[in-house]
Design a protein around this ligand. Structure first.
Ligand code: 5GP
Ligand code: ZN
Length: 219
């Protein structure tokens, strides 16, 4: 069924073009999300057959496996940050200051730091995944995408429903283990960047996200 759609990438990653499969090795396949919910949205798929159909909360109870996933996530986060720098670096105020300093004659002893794009990436899993094969989301923080069409799309990446990989292993009494009880997906909207509330007004939120996206990439 449709919930098994990620299995094909794990089975035969070599059959996909590079705009679909970013890279693959014996243990992982990194792909582009087909319905991206941010301007950059990748998925990390562990290939371990004993884990791929297990809920992430349970799969990550295995400390050795969790460590492997965290290490590979850092690699993919770096790669994603490089992609953001290529996409938006030229617009960024920090990058422009750096370029200006570089081309000064003579250049200053201390160059301004370029923007740390790794900080602009979030990595984690959904408390209730919709796809069966274990996957870790690696996406830019903007939540700016035509594919972000439904209320639950926004909240699934912007409330505790999204569990950062760094938060594992989860404590036994972690509230995120009971996502239905917490009602994360039904919460009022809050802008990821400025914290402004939008109640249940999705169209207004979407307009605001576009404004925030424009400012965020220029920062
Ligand atoms: P989940 O809600 O299960 O954590 O996220 C599953 C993700 O997989 C979603 O972001 C969705 O857009 C993505 N997705 C669903 N089907 C496919 C597919 O066939 N190919 C790719 N590349 N991504 C998919
Ligand atoms: Zn805002």
């Amino acid at each position: 069924g449709v919930r098994d759609g990620l299995g094909a990438y794990i089975a035969k990653p070599e059959t996909y073009p590079p705009d679909v499969v970013v890279y693959h090795n014996d243990d992982f396949v990194a792909i582009h999300d087909m319905f991206p919910k941010s301007s950059l949205h990748l998925l990390l798929l562990p290939r371990d057959q004993t884990k791929t159909r297990v809920h992430p909360f349970d799969a990550f109870e295995d400390a050795e496996f969790l460590a492997k996933v965290k290490t590979e996530s850092r690699t993919l986060r770096k790669l994603a940050a490089g992609e953001l720098r290529r996409k938006y670096g030229k617009d960024s105020a920090q990058e422009q200051a750096r370029q200006a300093a570089l081309s000064a004659d003579p250049p200053p002893d201390k160059l301004p730091q370029g923007r740390d794009w790794e900080q602009e990436i979030v990595v984690g899993v959904h408390a209730v995944p919709s796809m069966n094969h274990l996957h870790v989301h690696v996406l830019s923080v903007d939540r700016y995408s035509e594919r972000l069409k439904h209320r639950k799309h926004y909240n699934s990446f912007s409330t505790p429903f999204f569990v950062p990989i760094e938060d594992f292993p989860l404590a036994e009494d972690d509230a995120r283990r009971n996502p239905a009880k917490e009602g994360y997906l039904k919460r009022d909207f809050t802008c990821w960047r400025c914290g402004k509330g939008f109640g249940n007004r999705f169209a207004e939120l979407k307009q605001h996200l576009e404004q925030e996206f424009k400012e965020w990439k220029k920062l």
